[in-house]
Design a protein around this ligand. Structure first.
Ligand SMILES: *[C@@H]1O[C@H](CO)[C@@H](O)[C@H](O)[C@H]1NC(C)=O
Ligand SMILES: *[C@@H]1O[C@H](CO)[C@@H](O)[C@H](O)[C@H]1NC(C)=O
Length: 253
């Protein structure tokens, strides 16, 4: 690793000076990258504490860049102009552990934003964005610690559900404050003390429960109809069989 450090520095300097830098150059220097690709401007690869790290902080990005190496464990996309995270945005990064999306303009996360990261992602920073709510589905199956501070939260059922599924980064809970779109009596209030006392998902949950019950009833009804139909069919066939054997009896000597 004696040569790796100066090399990443070199890469950094050049990537900030030039619009693009091809990894083709790295290959000639012994880099193990299979195909020539370009890194987005202002981005660089580094090894930090033995972990493959991709840094694109303050790079003026308005979308998740392409060409992030698939062995990246830490990804810094903070202080850019990202407005949304589309479905599967990071699914080509099978070993991603840490993702920093803080200080962007995120107002929307896809329900499948973190698809493919269930086994690996540990830390997610969504702080200092424009998030009023996030779909709870986006966090299903993830075992993550997340920073949700400094967003204009609606402080609704969705947020309460999310907080039941994630762990908050230490000390970041007080930064979850209700924004202008929230219920008038909640605006400007810290969410955690509220969420502890009030069940914001009361009616919504009952609704979900009821629709599950209906679905179960319909399924069971369907099965019952099938079983009865089969029984009728079976009895009908048996009756025919019985009639036929009755007719055959007189023929016997
Ligand atoms: C990255 O992609 C290469 C080439 O497709 C593949 O051989 C390698 O196993 C991948 N690495 C990871 C960590 O998935
Ligand atoms: C959470 O985000 C806020 C705002 O970006 C930051 O000040 C704070 O240090 C973060 N906390 C942790 C534990 O990362």
């Amino acid at each position: 690793t004696g040569t790796a450090q100066p090399f990443t520095k070199w890469l950094h300097i050049h990537s900030t000076l030039q619009p693009c830098i091809t990894i083709l150059t790295c290959e000639s220097m012994g880099g193990a990258v299979p195909s020539p690709r370009t890194l987005p401007q202002g981005c660089y690869v580094a090894e930090e504490a033995g972990e493959e790290t991709f840094r694109c902080s303050q790079a003026g990005l308005s979308a998740v860049p392409v060409g992030i190496p698939n062995d990246t464990r830490k990804l810094y996309l903070d202080a850019n102009r990202l407005a949304s995270v589309p479905a599967g945005a990071f699914q080509h990064l099978p070993v991603l552990e840490e993702l920093d999306l803080s200080h962007n303009a995120l107002a929307h996360l896809s329900r499948a934003a973190f698809q493919g990261l269930a086994g690996t992602l540990r830390h997610l920073d969504l702080s200092a964005n424009q998030l009023a709510s996030v779909p709870v589905e986006a966090f299903m199956g993830l075992q993550i610690q997340v920073n949700l501070s400094a967003n204009p939260w609606h402080c609704d059922c969705a947020l309460q559900e999310v907080l039941r599924r994630v762990r908050l980064a230490p000390g970041s809970g007080t930064g979850i404050v209700c924004g202008a779109g929230a219920r008038p009596d909640l605006v400007g209030q810290e969410f955690l003390p509220l969420a502890g006392g009030e069940e914001l998902c009361g009616r919504g949950r009952g609704g979900a429960q009821r629709s599950t019950d209906v679905a179960l009833l319909v399924t069971m009804g369907g099965w019952l109809v099938l079983v009865v139909a089969y029984l009728i069919h079976y009895m009908w066939q048996n009756r025919d069989e019985a009639r036929r054997s009755l007719k055959r009896v007189p023929v016997m000597p």
